[in-house]
Design a protein around this ligand. Sequence first.
Ligand SMILES: [Zn+2]
Length: 92
Amino acid sequence: MKKRTTVYEDKAAKEAKRRKFEEEYRAKHTVQCPYCKKDVLDTMTKCPGCGKELKPAGYRPLSDKQIFRIRLIAFIVCMVIAVAVVYFVVFR
Ligand SMILES: [Zn+2]
């Protein structure tokens, strides 16, 4: 028979999971500030310790391929909307 969990237990499990995820995220993304050697997250653009600008390691500019793909998707979406509008206006 399956053990029934209370709402409280569910919440606690969720909280523990979230905390674990956060800890792992922190461990993965913590780097040292090159200026003051404090632990900072690599997604930060500014050091909270010394206020100097940091280069976020997680940040990568979009490649041409990604830009092309995004534009293509945007174009297709626009075309679909345009065709739908024309369809409803003309063939109503
Ligand atoms: Zn710093």
